[in-house]
Design a protein around this ligand. Structure first.
Ligand code: ADP
Ligand code: MG
Length: 245
């Protein structure tokens, strides 16, 4: 009997993006199945955010293709606009709306406001342990609390894919691992496919199912975290992973 396999939630094929004749994303391909976290890992300037922005639809590749659930969303002649890609985003500077309450922030992308979406908003706030703060405003929350609300807001419309660009870098170092673990648990419950950008090997080791190690716009090694940690592709990769604890 033929087994039909679902296409990956997100697939990126041969993505290229140049600025001033210099390829900053250089033939990047990868796939992220539902329920998995893929991590673009590499030093500052290697092309991680540019890749993410192209997937989000806020920047445009020179060549290459992007598929969501096996359907083309973008190549060089065809382009589904960002708001119709069913992709959520969570960036370091993607702050909460200061004039909206916690519940209104989470309901923002849903249409109809917090009242009409009470069920979904209440459920998400409970799962990020922020129910008590439903009517608070962002300025009254700690950094970690704001981050948990931002996660609830990003997941509220039930996106097929969540893009996260250095989402924890604004947080106190001591809080980060706890919030990473909570975030990961919620993402796994939701079954979202996640593309996480980070320059921190420790974060990639802790959160990723699959690491895509980038350097100068190219993926130089890919695989499960411990495979990269135990068998780095070269001395530079070994040095990069050497201070993971
Ligand atoms: P990373 O997120 O890995 O730190 P980026 O994707 O932000 O790297 O940037 C990769 C390279 O592309 C950098 O050298 C950056 O200066 C360059 N770059 C990014 N966006 C632009 C732009 N709009 N115009 C020109 N150069 C850019
Ligand atoms: Mg970046």
């Amino acid at each position: 009997m033929a087994v039909t396999q679902a296409p990956p939630r997100l697939e990126v094929q041969n993505l290229v993006r140049s600025f001033g004749g210099q390829a900053v994303v250089d033939d990047v391909s990868f796939a992220v199945p539902a329920g998995q976290v893929a991590c673009l890992l590499g030093p500052s300037g290697c092309g991680k955010s540019t890749t993410l922005r192209i997937v989000a639809g806020v920047d445009m590749q020179d060549s290459g293709k992007i598929f969501v659930d096996g359907r083309l969303v973008c190549d060089t002649v065809f382009r589904v606009p960002p708001e119709r890609r069913n992709i959520g985003m969570m960036f370091q500077d993607f702050a909460l709306f200061p004039h909206l309450s916690v519940a209104e922030n989470v309901a923002f992308g849903l249409g109809g406001g917090a009242k009409a979406n009470r069920g979904r908003v209440g459920d998400l706030l409970e799962r990020v342990r922020m129910s008590r703060h439903m009517d608070s405003y962002p300025h009254a929350l700690s950094g970690g609390e704001q981050q948990r609300v931002a996660l609830a807001r990003a997941l509220a419309p039930n996106p097929r894919i969540l893009l996260m660009d250095e989402p924890f870098s604004g947080l106190d170092e001591r809080l980060r691992d706890g919030i990473r673990d909570e975030t990961l648990a919620l993402l796994k419950e939701e079954g979202t496919a996640v593309l996480l950008v980070t320059h921190e090997p420790h974060e990639a080791m802790r959160m990723a199912d699959q690491i895509l190690l980038m350097r100068h716009g190219r993926i130089v090694q890919r695989g499960a975290p411990y495979n990269l940690y135990n068998a780095p592709v070269d001395g530079e990769a070994a040095a990069f992973f050497s201070d993971v604890n």
